[in-house]
Structure formats: structure tokens, C-alpha cells
Design a protein around this ligand. Structure first.
Ligand code: SF4
Ligand code: SF4
Length: 477
């Protein structure tokens, strides 16, 4: 077969080659046939979701102010807010644990729009700064802080700015960089890394029928829009479940199977562990926590007062002025006007909690890894530390679900549940996340070959998970 330079090959040609190389049709499951049948319909689903997205983000900005007692049953703005934070966010988080990144492949209009723009765009080579593994972490941190300072959960204008702005950016990135790929989804989406980590907990698995030797590295020579080297795929992290590689009747396609949730992280040593991803778990859990702690810390107001007084004493009066509305919440009509002091205090608290969280969880993982090594662990301390760090994912998932999905429990309150009962459910979710984290740490240590001394080795990381759960308990309850 004549070799064709991959950069000159269109996606349909690549798919044809991919299929042509196969020798015989392997056994297909009905799930794979069903998924292959669904794939042609996905562009229509994405279009419908784009219209829903527009309606939920744009219409509320032009609706009249909601009365104090308005509910999602009788007010358009409250309904849109509920759809975003009570339906969309929890559904995305729940679904990722069950079906992996099905939100990305089946429903997300942003990634689909970026890919559509790419087909007609300039298709430049992706620059190194985008491919840097820290870029999605920075993307998440910046959007989380901006969301907090603009009040994305409370103000429709802020939701339009944050979600609409990222949508426009995704299209721009797609138009500029990559060749029949999703540069935005692989490298830049603010929630892409978050979904990637939690997809590793998911019950759906797509794995090569014919595995080739070698590690699961980024490659341009693939039909996968997120650059996965399909015959070497080991991890769920970058798979957005676009279904492009589900090819019934061909050996090269990926096979769909089901596994116990958390299975991939339990044996993370075989699934491309990555220090950047673990750093993201530590930082991401911390910054989201910081976004809630400033609201409840009793000494926050005293700090704010002291910092403000210090600036005034230096003659820096701008600190008491409101900033631009794109950067902070300026809504006098809703009796909320942030000043530069508020912006600096909120962003400062979030970054401080993020750094503290990363330090605590990092040290806890390091201590457990050192103990594991002492008790016969079969891997060097830095690698063991990365593997053990993944055990923090479930507690972070539960905490983020409770924290960010602010409207999740609104219908239950409407149906007669009391606030105390809702809080009990939240506590149960945090405890469940904590127990799952402990179980994961136990299994990961087992995978590292620690038999005698596993109970001692798990202690530091268990303390880290408990500290995270306790901090969220305070923040959310
Ligand atoms: S990575 Fe982000 S933009 Fe891409 S499909 Fe997933 S959520 Fe959408
Ligand atoms: S591995 Fe397959 S389903 Fe997953 S993103 Fe790549 S092509 Fe799509």
C-alpha cells in the first residue's frame, strides 16, 4: 500500500485507510451497533443543543428583574439559572461517572462548533504554548476566578459573558489551529481536564480490539479528534466519545465495554498516570473550595477591612472604586457592587486556598508514597506519589458536585424536603466521596506492591482526603 503523508490526508480518507487495513470482522456487540447508528445524528443533536444554549444564556439578559420570591416555575430568569446550575451541571458530573465524557461527544455544542470552524479554518499547526500540559489548568483557574468575581451563578449577564465568551474563543481556536481536530477540547477547554479526570472513574470503556505496543501518546496520525493513538489507547481521559472509532465489523475500531466505576484509577499504573493531571486535581479542588470559603469564613470580613484600611492609608483610594463589569459583579439594581478590594480579596482567597490545598494534598501523597516505598513498594517515590494522588479524585468530584451544582436540590425543597434533610444528603455525598477516595488509595497501594504496612502507608493520604472533605463540609453546609 502506498504511503500517504498524513498531513495531506482528509479525515474521510484516513477513516477509509483505517478500515482498509483490517483483516476480518470481529464480534460486535449490540451497544456498538447502536452507537454507530447514532453517530450520523449527532450533528443535529449538537445544533439543537446550540439553540438551547443560546436560549438559556441570551434570553434571560433581556427579561425583567426577577421578584424576590420568584421560582423556576414562574420566572424565566430563575428557570434559566436552574437549567444551568440545577440540571446541566449535575447531569454533566453524574453522567461522567456513569458514561465517561458522553456530554462532550453527544451533546456539547461548544466542541462541535470548534470542530466545524476547524474544517473551514486556517488549520495552522498548534503552537507549543497551547500544547503545554499546564495550559488547561490555567484555563480552569482563570475561568473559575472570573466566574466567582462576576457572580456567574447569580447574574445572567455574567453567565452570558463566561459561557458565551468561552464559546466564541472555542470557535476562534478551532478556526485557527489543528487539522480536522479539536485543539480546544484537547488543550484549552476550561472543563475538559476536569471531565477527563472524572471520566477515568467512568463505567464505560473504549479500548482497542488490536492493541499495539507502546504508550498512549498524542499523535496527529489518527482519525481521533483529540489526537488519541487509537491502537495504543490506555486511558479514558482524552476520549470525548465522539463515536468516530466505533466501526462495526472492523478489527481496528475500539470496542465498547463496561467496568466498575473507578476501575481505571484503581489500576492507574496501567493507564497513563500523569503528574499534571494530579496537580490539577489538587489545585482544582482547592480553587473551587476557595470560591465558597470566602463566603463563610468568619474572619474574611476582618481581613477585608484590614487590607482596605492599609490601602487607604497609603493613599490608594482606587481600592474602594467599583471595577469594570466584565471583571467583577457591578449590579446596583440587585444591591451587589464589587470594588477592587472585593476583587483582590476574592481572587486572593481562592488562589491562597488553591496553593494550600495543593501543598496539603501533595505532601500527604508524598508521605504515603515514601511509606509505600519503605514497605516494599515496587515503584520510585515520585511515580508512586502521582499514582496515590489520583485517590483524591472522588472526594473532589463529590465536593464539586455539591458546590457548583448550587440549584441541584431546589426541586427537592419545592417538594417539601427541609433544609436539614438536604444538608444530610450533602453530608452523605461528601462521606461517600471520602470513602471512595480511601478505597482507591487502598487499591492503588496494593497495585504498588505494598502488602504489609498498607494500613500505615495509607494514613497520610487518608488524612489529606479527610481534610478536603471537612473543608468542603464547612464551605457548603
Ligand atoms: S472538552 Fe469542553 S468544549 Fe470540548 S466537548 Fe467537552 S465540554 Fe465541550
Ligand atoms: S477514542 Fe474514539 S470515541 Fe474517543 S474521542 Fe477518539 S475517536 Fe472519538
Amino acid at each position: 500500500m502506498q504511503s500517504i503523508p498524513i498531513k495531506d490526508v482528509t479525515e474521510p480518507e484516513l477513516t477509509t485507510r483505517f478500515i482498509r487495513d483490517q483483516v476480518s470482522a470481529p464480534e460486535q456487540t449490540s451497544v456498538e451497533r447502536l452507537l454507530a447508528g447514532i453517530r450520523p445524528w449527532l450533528p443535529w443533536v449538537h445544533l439543537a443543543m446550540f439553540l438551547v444554549f443560546l436560549a438559556v444564556l441570551v434570553v434571560p439578559v433581556y427579561l425583567p428583574e426577577s421578584p424576590e420570591q420568584a421560582t423556576f416555575l414562574d420566572d424565566g430568569r430563575v428557570l434559566a439559572n436552574y437549567l444551568l446550575w440545577g440540571v446541566w451541571f449535575p447531569l454533566v458530573f453524574f453522567s461522567v461517572v456513569v458514561t465517561g465524557r458522553s456530554w462532550c461527544g453527544f451533546l456539547c455544542p461548544m466542541g462541535a462548533a470548534a470542530e466545524a470552524a476547524n474544517r473551514r479554518g486556517l488549520q495552522w499547526a498548534t503552537p507549543a504554548w497551547i500544547r503545554w500540559p499546564g495550559t488547561p489548568i490555567i484555563s480552569f483557574v482563570v475561568i473559575t476566578i472570573l466566574g466567582q468575581t462576576t457572580g456567574v451563578r447569580d447574574h445572567p449577564e455574567a453567565a452570558l459573558e463566561v459561557f458565551g465568551g468561552t464559546f466564541v474563543l472555542a470557535i476562534l481556536v478551532g478556526w485557527l489551529w489543528g487539522r480536522n481536530k479539536r485543539v480546544w477540547c484537547r488543550h484549552l477547554c476550561p472543563i475538559g481536564l476536569l471531565l477527563g479526570v472524572f471520566a477515568r472513574l467512568g463505567a464505560v470503556q473504549l479500548s482497542p480490539r488490536m492493541r499495539k505496543a507502546g504508550s498512549d501518546r498524542l499523535t496527529e496520525k489518527t482519525i481521533c479528534p483529540t489526537y488519541i493513538d487509537l491502537p495504543r489507547k490506555q486511558a479514558a481521559r482524552h476520549c470525548i466519545e465522539c463515536l468516530r472509532c466505533i466501526l462495526p465489523g472492523h478489527k481496528a475500531g475500539l470496542a465498547v465495554s463496561f467496568r466498575r466505576p473507578g476501575r481505571e484509577l484503581e489500576s492507574i499504573r496501567h493507564h497513563q498516570p500523569d503528574g499534571w493531571e494530579v496537580l490539577f486535581i489538587f489545585l482544582g479542588a482547592g480553587i473551587a473550595l476557595g470560591g465558597f470559603l470566602w463566603l463563610v469564613l468568619p474572619f474574611y470580613d476582618t481581613w477585608r477591612q484590614s487590607v482596605g484600611t492599609w490601602f487607604i492609608e497609603q493613599g490608594q483610594y482606587w481600592i474602594g472604586e467599583p471595577g469594570p463589569a466584565w471583571l467583577m459583579s457591578v449590579h446596583p439594581e440587585r444591591r451587589e457592587v464589587f470594588r477592587w478590594l472585593d476583587f483582590l480579596m476574592i481572587a486572593g482567597t481562592m488562589v491562597s486556598v488553591m496553593v494550600l490545598s495543593a501543598l496539603i494534598l501533595g505532601l500527604a501523597s508524598l508521605a504515603s508514597a515514601s511509606l509505600a516505598r519503605r514497605f516494599g513498594g515496587n515503584c520510585k517515590t515520585p511515580q508512586a506519589m502521582i499514582q496515590i494522588g489520583y485517590s483524591q479524585a472522588p472526594v473532589a468530584l463529590m465536593a464539586l458536585m455539591i458546590g457548583l451544582a448550587t440549584e441541584l436540590f431546589t426541586p427537592f425543597l419545592g417538594l417539601g424536603m427541609t433544609h436539614t434533610q438536604v444538608n444530610h444528603v450533602k453530608v452523605a455525598m461528601i462521606v461517600l466521596g471520602l470513602l471512595w477516595s480511601l478505597w482507591l488509595a487502598w487499591k492503588i497501594l496494593g497495585g504498588l506492591g505494598v502488602k504489609r504496612g498498607r494500613l500505615v502507608s495509607i494514613l497520610p493520604t487518608a488524612l489529606g482526603s479527610t481534610a478536603m472533605a471537612a473543608a468542603w463540609w464547612i464551605a457548603v453546609l
